[in-house]
Each structure stands twice: as C-alpha cells, then as structure tokens.
Design a binder for this molecule. Structure first.
Ligand code: SIN
Length: 312
C-alpha cells in the first residue's frame, strides 16, 4: 500500500510553548519548540508518513500579514503536491479562528487543512498538545475529509464556525449553532456534518493578498452602553480608514450616537458592516436596516471586509 504523506506546518502557539518551571505551567512563553520536536512520540495514522516545516514561531496574538502570507504560500505549495493527503497547522489558540477562516476563504482546499493547538505548554505535566496533534493527524488522514477545520479537545470544528469561547479550559472552542463537524474518540474520526465546501476562492484576491505590503485598514468598534461618536470620528480624522465593523449589542443594534458617527463615515466612503458582540446567534437579516449586517463574528467580519476591499 502506498504511504499517504501528511505535512505539518508549525506557526508557534502554546502547543510549542515552554514554561521556565514545568511545575508552574501557567507562566510560559508561546512559540518555543520546533515543530519537529512536537511530533516526537506522537503516533502517526496507519499508512502515513509525515514531513514537518517551520513557517513561523510566534504567539498568535502577534499574527500579522507576513506570517499569513508565508502560511498561505506553504499551504498552496503542499496542496498542489499529489502525494500529500492533508496538512496540519500547529497554531496558537488566540487567533486560530481568524487564520482558519482566512485559509478557507482564500484556498477552499479539496483536501483537509487541520489547525490544531493547545491550552497548556509543551512541558506541562498534563500537556494537551500531543493529544490534539495526534487527533489532527488522524483527521488530516481521513478519507473524504476536506476544507479547513480546527481540531481541539477531541472536537472537529469548521473554519466558518470555530470561535475561541473560553480563556483557559482545554475545550476552549465552540462552533455555535452550526455545531461540530464531528469528534475524534479513541483514535476514530466520527462525522455528523459535512466537511467545509470547496467553494472556489477568487484566485485574484489570493494573489493580491500575497502581494500586499499592507491590508486595507479596517477597524472593529463595539457598541455599548453610553457609547459615543468620538472613537469613530478620531479614526476617520486620521485618514486612510477603509472599513469599520461594528460589533453591535444583542441582535446587532447600535447606540444612536455611534450609529450617527458610522453613517457619517459611510458618507465619506468608509465601508461599514454590522455584526453582534454576542458569541452565538448572529444578526437577523433586516433589509430595512441602514447599516448592512454580516453573519460573522467581529474578527472574521473584519477579515471578510478586508478581502472584499482587496477584491474591489
Ligand atoms: C497563542 O495564541 O499563540 C498563545 C495562546 C495559546 O496558544 O493558547
């Protein structure tokens, strides 16, 4: 039987983090161990071989355009190799959902690209990284798997739905009302939902993203009690602002003072999208609303607006 090749791309994160005192793993630095070392002792799925590559070594709070470009290039390269069954990306949890969404939007791969992570550093006595990496490799090797997904704490979550919803639990991610794609239990991958659709991404947008020296400037503003106009006015006065995502209250409602400032920004050509600061539920469609709504959480909505501005 021909061996299936899995590619593991290391980006950093707590999964590659080290505590200076393994007995106190709460204090650690993310992005320390090379990806090859993360694989040591992790069982491979039957019939698979693995190749590892270090793309970056960062705390994902510091994710930036250059790392995304490098990761997109390496994913595109490996996805074009016929012997490659799937990719695994070891990533920090903090911006994992943004990277997952971006990879799906720009690559929409026919094969699986599995992001995995950890909530405890690699030298913690009860580190969760090795188990998550083992599960991610199993998912990447699964017949029929495709698209960008996250695998953490035995759960498989689609790039479109995954959100970090807890700051310290091992099971830190959720897929909201959409639900998980499936689970990895005792070495078996079980799916209850379809894999992400390989909807053809606009290759011109990918090329522009890869060639960009900076992304269109889009900020997120929150609506809240006693909100005002000053923040949006200051951003507008700075010059160069291309878009704003407003994370509204509840079903996407916006304080009247902030709303007025956003309308003024729109009149000056700034694109404004409205979503909700609620983790679950989204924004109901309202054709009469003055500010267009988008059914994505704020950080993903910001990326989607940037891509739309790049496409224009
Ligand atoms: C990071 O996102 O790189 C640090 C936090 C984590 O991985 O849990």
């Amino acid at each position: 039987m021909q061996q299936k090749t899995l590619i593991v791309l290391g980006v950093g994160g707590t999964i590659a983090g080290l505590a200076s005192d393994a007995g106190r793993p709460q204090r650690y630095v993310a992005g320390q161990l090379p990806v090859r070392q993360l694989l040591a002792g992790v069982p491979l799925p039957p019939g698979c071989s693995v190749q590892a590559e270090q793309v970056a070594q960062i705390d994902s709070k510091d994710m930036d355009l250059a790392v995304w470009q490098a990761l997109l290039r390496r994913c595109r390269h490996w996805l074009a190799q016929p012997q490659v069954r799937g990719l695994v990306v070891t990533h920090g949890t903090d911006t994992l959902e943004e990277t997952a969404w971006l990879l799906q939007a720009l690559l929409a791969p026919q094969r699986p690209v599995v992001l995995t992570c950890a909530m405890r550093p690699a030298n913690a006595p009860d580190a969760d990284g090795p188990g998550n990496l083992r599960d991610a490799l199993l998912v990447a090797a699964t017949e029929g798997a495709r698209g960008v997904v996250a695998v953490c704490a035995g759960r498989i979550l689609a790039a479109a739905d995954v959100q970090k919803v807890h700051s310290w639990r091992l099971d830190a991610f959720d897929a909201g009302d959409a639900g998980d794609i499936g689970q990895v239990r005792a070495g078996q991958v079980r799916c209850g939902r379809a894999w992400p659709e390989p909807v053809a991404a606009d290759s011109a947008v990918l090329e522009r993203f890869l060639a960009a020296s900076e992304l269109p400037w889009v900020e997120i503003v929150f609506s809240h009690a006693a909100a005002g106009a000053a923040g949006v006015e200051a951003l507008r006065a700075h010059g160069g602002l291309r878009g704003l995502v407003v994370a509204g209250t509840g079903g996407g409602t916006v304080h009247h003072a902030l709303h007025a400032a956003l309308q003024r920004a729109r009149q000056q050509g700034v694109r404004v999208w409205r979503t909700t600061r609620c983790v679950h539920g989204g924004v109901p469609p309202d054709p009469a609303a003055e500010l267009p709504a988008v059914d994505l959480p704020p950080a993903k909505a910001r990326l989607a607006l940037m891509l739309e501005l790049l496409a224009a």
